[in-house]
Design a protein around this ligand. Structure first.
Ligand code: AMP
Length: 418
């Protein structure tokens, strides 16, 4: 497989798919440029080689072309500043031929939001609410057909293709996957960020050092079933934390008061417990909870056994015994995956459990474990606790990471790996 380090970009035009879908405030100022910074090593390497950059990204969910609210023009000055060159801008990603042809080594062109065109995602737009199934399928067929031309056009701009957008690697879109077919195997490759993400996922999915512990938190079992099922085939210990705890507690006959619970998933919880036993996986559930008398930071609280939450109270975080239990399992692990907080970490009075898990992961990492944190709120947790640089890897991909740990093949990765 071609790698970015082995490729000499001198005199070459590189189509680089990045994820510049950064949050903007109401004045279109960037509120968090993490994603831009994450792509810089790849972009800078290409420029340093004497290559030419055609930078492509989506932003938000535009519904028409153009949709000024979602224009990448808002971030142009910031990208130029970070990259250290004055990046040019193509107002229409389908009409950039002249600007592409005018590029000189060391120069960069940012294409307007690819999703201004429905073809990027390959999903029809503007269908009436009462469209018939036939109309829907005709519209779908039409956009899939025009998607080929769209993809070919993007590919025609460049000599080589670099995918550095892990955040969209789970989408089979024109610029994230389909475009790769227009480049020879030695002219398509991952960028540095993608390389790091793929390597990290591989360490927890394939190249596992044992014991392997996964900590699954968050609010709902239903959103994590596929992940839990897949992890049961991989892990030695599965720690279940967060709001989904109470579905398990109720399923086994405990009192959970007003704690969040998915009543239609009680059987599923029992099934997962049975499967864990069959597979020899140590399923670790909380033994105590920090319960509150209302869903607020200032609520009255008490520590209670997890299966004895009084009526009118709800479990908002794990208690100290669970923290110790979880920490001991984590500290004895050589591979660790953390997804989802142990409690309502947005409220400062209910962060202790997540903090304890974070600290145990930091200690295990110091002792040689590989730790991957990712998928939404656990990333916010490690940032909040200031420990992002003390774990082995913090993934930048929410949905993409979750699909990878569900065991799915990500189209953006498969398109390069073949
Ligand atoms: P998820 O997006 O599924 O990873 O869930 C993250 C959310 O779960 C966060 O917003 C947490 O506040 C929430 N959460 C975690 N534990 C609890 C709990 N015990 N009760 C209610 N919400 C919780």
């Amino acid at each position: 497989m071609q790698t970015i380090d082995n490729f000499n970009f001198a005199g070459k035009k590189a189509f680089v798919r990045v994820d510049f879908n950064v949050p903007l405030d109401e004045n279109f100022h960037i509120t968090d440029d993490t994603r831009i910074r994450a792509a810089l090593p790849t972009l800078k390497k290409i420029l340093a080689d004497g290559g030419m950059l055609i930078i492509a990204s989506h932003m938000g969910r535009p519904k028409k072309n153009p949709d000024p609210k979602y224009s990448l023009k808002h971030i142009l000055a910031h990208v130029s500043e970070k990259l250290g060159v004055e990046v040019k801008f193509a107002d229409d990603c389908m009409k950039a031929d002249e600007q592409v042809a005018a590029l000189k080594p060391g120069e960069a062109l940012l294409l307007e939001n690819l999703r201004f065109y429905a073809e990027e995602e390959g999903k029809p737009r503007g269908l009436a609410d009462d469209a018939t199934d036939e109309e829907k399928s005709a519209a779908k067929k039409a956009v899939k057909e025009s998607q080929k031309e769209f993809t070919k056009k993007l590919a025609s701009y460049a000599d080589c293709y670099v995918n550095d957008a892990f955040g969209t690697a789970h989408r089979a879109h024109a610029s994230t996957a389909l475009i790769a077919q227009y480049f020879d195997a030695d002219h398509k490759m991952f960028g540095y960020l993608m390389e790091k993400e793929v390597k990290a996922v591989n360490k927890v999915m394939n190249d596992i050092k044992r014991p392997f512990t996964a900590i699954m938190g968050g609010s709902k079992v239903s959103s994590k079933i596929d992940i839990i099922e897949n992890l049961l085939n991989k892990v030695d210990n599965l720690i279940i934390a967060g709001g989904m705890t109470y579905t398990f507690t109720k399923a086994t006959g405990g009192n959970i008061g007003l704690s969040i619970c998915e009543d239609d998933k009680l059987d599923l919880a029992l099934d997962l417990m049975r499967k864990a036993k069959e597979k020899g996986v140590n399923l670790v559930l909380a033994v105590d909870a920090k319960a509150a008398d209302s869903f607020s930071n200032d609520a009255n609280t008490q520590i209670v056994p997890v299966n004895e939450i009084p009526d009118g109270w709800e479990g908002m975080d794990i208690g100290p015994k669970s923290m110790e239990l979880f920490s001991n399992v984590i500290k004895g692990s050589k591979t660790i995956l953390w997804n989802g907080p142990t409690g309502v970490f947005e409220f400062d009075n209910f962060t202790d459990g997540s903090r304890a898990v974070g600290n145990a992961i930091v200690e295990a990492t110091k002792n040689g474990a590989f730790s991957l944190v990712g998928g939404g709120d656990s990333v916010a947790c490690v940032n909040k606790f200031g420990i992002a640089d003390k774990v082995s890897y913090v993934s930048t991909g929410g949905g993409a990471l979750l699909e990878a740990i569900e065991g799915k093949v990500l189209p953006g990765i498969a398109a390069i790996q073949g």
